[in-house]
Design a protein around this ligand. Structure first.
Ligand SMILES: *Cc1c(COP(=O)(O)O)cnc(C)c1O
Length: 237
């Protein structure tokens, strides 16, 4: 078994344990393997170990890997953009990714909608929320999230699935739990509006290698795990 296959097994087991502790169904928490800075060979190894959903931060780097592994797409390989989307990169995201987790402005959503090729399925979108109010941070303010969700839901070529958060790293479990619960509550409040245009409101993208347990306890449905799957990142592209 490859190192990546072993680490994947360990992360899946960690998610399963966290679900047991939280009395949640394991199959309600998806693992997104964050492959940024790692090569197509690492993605291939994870794919061979059964992993299908991969997260990338750097658009240019991702587009290269997506091209190299194009043949795996028909077998279920999925690409999720989890990095900041500048206006001048939105076309690459619209043309190459299955999901975008980091939509935090209507202008970017409108560009993604206009640039999504008509032959492709809708781009699955999460709205990024600045849940812990970090200065200079991406993400819409929590108070403005619902309005943005509704506006994005009206755009063709996109399907709004839920919220994403990227809180400041903290080693304190109670603090992690508190901030993740705020994201989950906001997600539930928006869902409770029962807007007809939100037909697939089912995703809370939160939790990484360091705060996975707290995120699952707070109700994450998609954890984004890099280091624990692929190892320490040594380079920044
Ligand atoms: C890098 C990254 C991750 C994964 O982080 P790890 O700590 O390596 O698990 C998750 N989400 C986002 C947005 C990231 O940039």
């Amino acid at each position: 078994m490859t190192m990546i296959a072993q680490r994947l097994m360990a992360v899946r087991e960690q998610i399963a344990q966290a679900c047991v502790r939280a009395s949640r169904d394991t199959d309600r928490v998806q693992l997104l393997a964050v492959s940024k800075t790692f090569g197509a060979d690492a993605v291939q190894a994870a794919f061979d170990a059964g992993q299908r959903a991969f997260g990338e931060n750097y658009i240019q780097e991702a587009v290269e890997k997506i091209g190299l592994l194009a043949h795996l797409r028909a077998q279920g390989l999925q690409w999720h953009c989890i990095g900041p989307i500048q206006s001048n990169k939105s076309r690459l995201v619209a043309e190459h990714f299955d999901w975008a987790h980091t939509v935090d402005r209507l202008k970017i959503a409108e560009r993604l909608s206009a640039q999504r090729p008509p032959g492709m399925p809708a781009l699955q979108v999460c709205i990024q929320v600045n849940v812990d109010d970090g200065a200079n941070k991406s993400g819409v303010a929590p108070a403005e999230a619902a309005a943005l969700v509704r506006a994005v839901a009206a755009l063709k070529g996109l399907c709004v699935r839920g919220l994403m958060s990227l809180p400041e790293p903290s080693r304190d479990y109670a603090g992690q739990l508190d901030v993740h619960r705020r994201t989950r509550n906001l997600f539930d409040q928006i869902g409770a509006q029962r807007w007809p245009e939100l037909s697939q409101w089912d995703t809370v993208s939160m939790g990484m290698s360091q705060d996975l347990d707290a995120a699952v306890a707070a109700g994450s449905t998609m954890v984004r795990v890099g280091t624990a799957v692929f190892g320490q990142r040594l380079v920044n592209p």
